[in-house]
Write a protein of this length. Structure first.
Length: 362
C-alpha cells in the first residue's frame, strides 16, 4: 500500500488518481506477467506467453518499479528486486564485448545500444531510491556498453544496434546523454559530462525546425523524419539535467521550446498523448522534469492528465494496457509487458518526482 502522503499528492476529479492507477497496474503485472524466473513477454485473453519479456520491456518495468520504490511502495520494492534478479540472465559476454542482450541466455547475443541506455537510466533511478543495493554498478556497466557504440562516423554519435551499425538514432543518443549526466552526478567523473555534451550535440542535429527530434540518420546521411514522443522527450530531459549542472539559460530555453512543440503536436483536447505506450511515458517524464525548473508552465498538470487519460482510454476490455495512450488498441491480441510498464512508470512518477541536486561544475 502506498504511503498516505504519496497517495494524497494528486487527486483528479472523476479519477482515482495516479496512486490508484499505480497500485492497480502493479497488481496486474504481478498477477498476469510475473514468472518464477522473471516476467513474460505478453498475455492475451486466450493465452499467456511462454517466452520471457524482451529486455526493452524489462528496462521500462525496472524504471517503473524504481519510481515506485522512490515513493515508498513496499510492493514496488519487492518487485524491483525480482526484476533485478531476472536481469542477470540478460547480461551477455562474447568476443565483441559485454552488455545486456535482447533476450536472456542467447548463445549469439543480439545487443542494442539504446536498450542498454534504458537499463542504465532505470538502474540510476533504482540507485537513487535504494543506494545500498548495488544498482549504480549495474548502471555503469550498461552505460559502458552503450558508449561502445559511439564512433566518428557521421561526425559522432552512438549507433543503434551492435551487429548492424547502419544508423545513428535519436533513441541511442539522447538516452545515453541523459544517463551520462546522471552518472556524472553520482560519480563526479568528468568523462561522463563530456560524453553528454557530445551526444546532446549529435541529437540536436536531428532536430527539425519546430524543435522536435526526428528518428535517425543513416550512414548515407539520409535523415528519417519520423517523430516519436520519446526522442524529443529524452533531449528535453537531457537539457533540463544539464541546465541543473551549468545553469546555461540556452539549455532551459531550448527545453521549454521542445516542451511547447511537443504539447502542440501530441496532446489531444482531453489531455491524452497521441502516441504508442512504448514512447509516451517518456514525454510525461520530460514534462515532470521541466516542471521542476518551470513550475509556472503547467507541465506537471499535463503529465498527470496524460497519465489519467492513458488509464481511461488505453486499457483493453480485460483491464490491461494496450498499444497506445489515446485509444484502446493492440496488435494480434497481445498485451505486452512494455505497455503495462509504461503506464506504471508514469503513474509512480506523477506521485513523486526524482529530486536531488547534482554536483556543481564550471
Amino acid at each position: 500500500m502506498l504511503s498516505a502522503l504519496a497517495a494524497a499528492v494528486f487527486v483528479w476529479p472523476g479519477s482515482e488518481g495516479p496512486a490508484g492507477i499505480a497500485s492497480r497496474t502493479l497488481a496486474q503485472v504481478e498477477d498476469r506477467f510475473r514468472t518464477e524466473q522473471g516476467y513474460r513477454a505478453w498475455v492475451s485473453p486466450e493465452a499467456s506467453a511462454e517466452e520471457p519479456a524482451f529486455v526493452w520491456d524489462m528496462a521500462v518495468l525496472l524504471s517503473a518499479l524504481a519510481a515506485g520504490a522512490h515513493v515508498g511502495d513496499p510492493k514496488a520494492f519487492e518487485a524491483l528486486r525480482h526484476a533485478d534478479r531476472a536481469m542477470d540472465a540478460y547480461w551477455s559476454k562474447d568476443a565483441r564485448g559485454e552488455g545486456y542482450a535482447v533476450l536472456p541466455g542467447q548463445s549469439d547475443p543480439d545487443r542494442y545500444y539504446d536498450d542498454n541506455a534504458w537499463i542504465a537510466l532505470a538502474y540510476l533511478d533504482a540507485h537513487r531510491a535504494l543506494p545500498q543495493e548495488g544498482f549504480l554498478a549495474k548502471a555503469l556497466r550498461a552505460h559502458a556498453f552503450a558508449m561502445a557504440g559511439e564512433s566518428d562516423a557521421l561526425g559522432g554519435g552512438v549507433f543503434w544496434r551492435e551487429r548492424e551499425r547502419t544508423s545513428k538514432n535519436a533513441c541511442s543518443n539522447a538516452p545515453v546523454a541523459l544517463a551520462a549526466l546522471g552518472l556524472f552526478a553520482e560519480t563526479g567523473d568528468p568523462a561522463h559530462l563530456a560524453a553528454a555534451d557530445r551526444l546532446i550535440a549529435f541529437t540536436k542535429r536531428l532536430q527539425d525546425e519546430d524543435g522536435l527530434v526526428m528518428d535517425h540518420l543513416t550512414l548515407s546521411g539520409r535523415v528519417d523524419g519520423t517523430k516519436w514522443t520519446y526522442n524529443s522527450a529524452l533531449l528535453l530531459r537531457a537539457l533540463v539535467h544539464r541546465y541543473r549542472l551549468r545553469h546555461d539559460p540556452a539549455d532551459l530555453a531550448e527545453a521549454k521550446r521542445i516542451g511547447v512543440a511537443s504539447r502542440t503536436k501530441w496532446l489531444t483536447a482531453s489531455g491524452a498523448i497521441q502516441d504508442e505506450a512504448s514512447f509516451a511515458h517518456h514525454m510525461a517524464d520530460a514534462w515532470l522534469d521541466l516542471h521542476a525548473l518551470d513550475p509556472a508552465g503547467g507541465w506537471e498538470a499535463l503529465a498527470v492528465r496524460a497519465t489519467i487519460e492513458a488509464d481511461r482510454l488505453g486499457r483493453m476490455p480485460d483491464g490491461l494496457c494496450g498499444l497506445r495512450w489515446d485509444r484502446a488498441e493492440v496488435r494480434g491480441g497481445r498485451r505486452l509487458l512494455l505497455y503495462q510498464g509504461s503506464l506504471l512508470r508514469a503513474a509512480y512518477r506523477a506521485i513523486g518526482v526524482f529530486g536531488g541536486e547534482p554536483p556543481k561544475t564550471d
